[in-house]
Write a protein that binds this ligand. Sequence first.
Ligand code: PCA
Length: 327
Amino acid sequence: MIAPKLTLTAAVAATTLALGASAMAAEKWDMPMAYTASNFHSEMGVVFADRVRDYTGGEVDITVHPGGSLFKGGEIKRAVQTGQAPIGERFMSAHANEAPLLGWDNLPFVATTYEDNERLWNAAKSSVNAQLSDLNLVALYTCPWPGQGFYFNKAVTSSADTQGVKFRSYNTATATFAEGLGMIPVQVEAAELSQALATGVAEAFISSGSTGYDRKVWESLSHYYKVNAWLPRNYVMVNKGVWDALDSGVQAQIQQAADETGADCAAKSADLANWYFEQLEANGMTVEDAGPEFLAELQEIGVKMTADWLEAAGAEGQAILDAYNAN
Ligand code: PCA
């Protein structure tokens, strides 16, 4: 009677040891994300984490922290660069002030469809990745927001209506846009947007239908003007040192998860784009195309913004646009 019992105990001990060993080998990664948990970018972050766990056989176990809960949106890149977080997600062009190339996706009216945005990314990818490497980062996947348009608390037909309006910007390019329209830019994270609108810190902003829906901006604002000025991207980045320390098999498994998730996320964004507009309307907002006078002004400012970007991004920026236009 004793021997089998011992055997069983030994077997349990052996199993526990084996489990312990594999648990020790597993890397646990906290992944801060900037946008709210129910946003498609964040939902796709969870899909990515599940795939990584699956494809690596549990060796890399990612926990997603959406909504700026672990690090605020504006802190995520630095947290990943310095290794405070091994991985994280952020709006790419928020970093264009530090590295102008990362503003490749904020060029007004250059790539206004998902297809063109993908072509532009293909033209930009290698330069952007080299730039990120210099910042100690590796991009795993990127995902576009729907097209950008303008939110206001009144009808707007031209810049005569926008003088002095307090405008929430999300990067330097949007601040430039605001100034071109006589508005006063103030940078606010999406997570704080509802509050900023409710308290009058901001009265207008540029974004997709997605962020207006997430932040229930109909509580403060009344009009959305579709412009499709650009489709900016979020990206999931990993600390370069952490990435380089992984064996190549695990890197390939994570990259597969990333490639699949990037494609799914872009498709999801496209699927939802009009649905968001319907939700804005269902909640009482007027959603319409920007009028011809306003659009002409936006286009004029857009030309200047692209010229400014080319000046800042230099020959590499020009090469991206040339490659895009050659296709
Ligand atoms: N929503 C994000 C960035 C682009 C978008 O559509 C935001 O407004 O912060």
